[in-house]
Design a protein around this ligand. Sequence first.
Ligand SMILES: [Zn+2]
Ligand SMILES: [Zn+2]
Length: 177
Amino acid sequence: MGTLSIEDCMCPICMCIFVEPVTMPCTHTLCMPCFKKNVEEASLTCPMCRTRISVWARRASKNRKLINEKLWIDIQSLFPDKVKKRIDGDDEEGVEVFMHPIINIAQPGEIRKEYEEQLQRLAEQREKEQQKEFEASEALIRKLQEEEEIANRMRKKEQIAIEKLDKEFAKELVNLV
Ligand SMILES: [Zn+2]
Ligand SMILES: [Zn+2]
């Protein structure tokens, strides 16, 4: 704090003190009313350098992170009178009227559509995973059954072998007596 001069806190479009400053990925900052106006009138590009900001703006508006909160807090504590003047509409240079609340930049329904598509994708993915899990457990059960059958067969074989040995031994025994 204290490093910001009033010049640093002026919107390059309307030349008024920033209210709810929006700092774009290109690092240019506009006040919220000018940012909103720019989005409405022009496109999702920075009016200073023409950097495309659509991806960032969509995400930022969705996450309610459009406003550069740190800068906004600093401005309000450094220049409370100027901020109040602008918000009250007393700023003689100001042509902008303070606008609140935050805008929604995406086209109506756009975010909702994106969100629904994402939900759909997640649901499909989950279904596939469940199917895989199901198949995996089926395979495991089959494998266990096979192993048990093999064990049973081996036991039976062993039993037969023992019985055979017993019989032979019995024969031998009889012959000995
Ligand atoms: Zn402005
Ligand atoms: Zn820029």
